[in-house]
Design a protein around this ligand. Structure first.
Ligand SMILES: Cc1ncc(COP(=O)(O)O)c(C=O)c1O
Length: 434
């Protein structure tokens, strides 16, 4: 049995002063969140002392594994210099240059701290550059909580239309109204929407792999099609590579699929869990953030903070030759193959979809290619499955469309533990179905 007594006690105290007991909604779980004390490589320990094989890995940020020695050593050494933030240094240049050399569209580079911030900067930049206000996004893609794109990420859909639906109260109506929503993996609808709105459209933005729907892959030529449509109407194309960045390939999804956007945003894997994000893009657009003569202001005290840059300089070096990415993909595909065989043997309608070490389990019988397919995954079965997996000491999140994953540090033994827990989860689902 998994005892979570201390987590429950802490929750009872914490929730008096922290709404829901967590500082980011995704960490919430019924009946109470699990609180953690320590992590090492692919393992994480909760405050009750339970050890889990971690398939959350800080939402994919810890690509190399927790407490990766070279990264931690670089951070410790950097702390000794006494520099934190609010300045630029040779290290700022060094990491900018690494990104410039790795990422195909990164002719110019600007740091920020979180994925949301990078996206907000990117949108301000394209709006400043084009003088237009509308942004087109795909239903089910998440780009952080900035008003214009925190729309139709996880909507309750009732009919066939794709009107923008805010994901929270409190968004600026003006921004929401200027968001156009279309389904992922459907070029005809994108083309029609771009054509109709071309005079007001500042950008088309997309997660190249829709991991925020779990793990939804772009159809063959989908990204190429987006590039052709945006080129045809002279609209900037933004790849939100906050998850795909440095993970699919050293140069991200744009390298993996061979499609170069105009602007891209990166975070997560860039610094193996330390807070750093970056907006990159073609010189023609990015140059407008030059404080000397550009017309888009770009600021932030913590932009390019030295601790995260030290982490990034080592992380990017580890990721630069592409070996880590190959390993991650192999591990993910191994789990995918084994899971799908198991589900078939047990005659359960369930599938795992995977790419680049990220994966998601759907309780549905057909391939998931967009948001509306993804939400057909059976929620009750999914929750029962995840709870059983957690009970068997493999950390999953009970969120229907979460992107689970493995990191470089997951060993063969860890993968076998994941498979064993997954088997028990499927058995639980089978019992529910009987
Ligand atoms: C694709 C994508 N963009 C943006 C964000 C926002 O990043 P952050 O949570 O660092 O603000 C996320 C976060 O999960 C993301 O997955």
């Amino acid at each position: 049995m998994l005892s979570l007594r201390r987590s429950e006690e802490l929750f009872n105290e914490v929730s008096k002063i922290v709404p829901g007991g967590v500082h980011s909604g995704i960490r919430y779980r019924e009946p109470f969140p699990i609180y953690f004390s320590r992590a090492y490589r692919a393992k994480i320990w909760d405050i009750d002392g339970n050890e889990y094989v971690d398939c959350v890995t800080n939402m994919g940020a810890c690509i190399l594994g927790h407490n990766y020695k070279k990264v931690v050593d670089a951070v410790k050494a950097q702390i000794e210099y006494g520099l934190t933030c609010g300045i630029d240094t040779e290290l700022s240049f060094k990491v900018s240059k690494m990104i410039n050399e790795l990422v195909p569209c990164a002719e110019m580079v600007k740091f920020s701290n979180s994925g949301t911030e990078a996206v907000a900067h990117a949108l301000q930049i394209v709006k400043g550059y084009t003088g237009k206000k509308k942004v087109l996004k795909m239903e089910g893609c998440y780009h952080g909580w900035y008003d214009q794109v925190f729309v139709s990420y996880n909507p309750k859909v009732k009919n066939d239309n794709y009107k923008p639906i805010p994901d929270t109260n409190g968004l600026a109506d003006e921004l929401v109204k200027n968001t156009i929503v279309v389904p992922y993996n459907n070029l005809d609808i994108v083309e029609k929407a771009v054509k109709e709105n071309k005079d007001e459209l500042a950008a088309v933005t997309v997660e190249p792999v829709a991991y925020n729907m779990g793990c939804v892959l772009p159809k063959k030529d989908y990204l190429k099609g987006l590039r052709e449509i945006t080129n045809k109407f002279s609209i900037p194309l933004i790849f939100d590579e906050v998850i795909t960045g440095f993970r699919l390939a050293p140069g991200g999804a744009q390298e993996y699929y061979g499609i170069k956007p105009d602007i891209a945003t990166f975070a997560k894997a860039i610094a193996n869990g330390f807070p750093l994000s970056v907006v990159v893009g073609i010189k023609e657009i990015m140059k407008i953030t030059n404080p000397k003569n550009g017309n888009v202001s770009y600021g932030g005290l913590y932009n390019g903070n030295q601790i995260s840059l030290a982490a990034a300089s080592v992380t990017l070096k580890e990721l630069a030759n592409g070996n880590v990415q190959i390993e991650l993909d192999k591990k993910g595909r191994f789990l995918e193959k084994e899971f799908n065989l198991l589900a078939k043997d047990m005659r359960i309608y369930a599938r795992m979809q995977s790419l680049a070490g990220k994966f998601q389990v759907y309780f549905t019988d057909k391939e998931v290619i967009n948001y509306r397919d993804a939400i057909k995954s059976n929620q009750d079965l999914y929750l029962a499955f995840v709870n059983e997996v957690i009970k068997n000491r493999v950390l999953f999140l009970p969120k229907l469309l979460f992107h689970h994953g493995v990191c470089y540090a997951h060993s063969k033994d860890d993968l076998n533990k994941i498979l064993s827990a997954i088997g028990k989860g499927l058995k639980r689902v089978k019992e529910m179905r009987l």
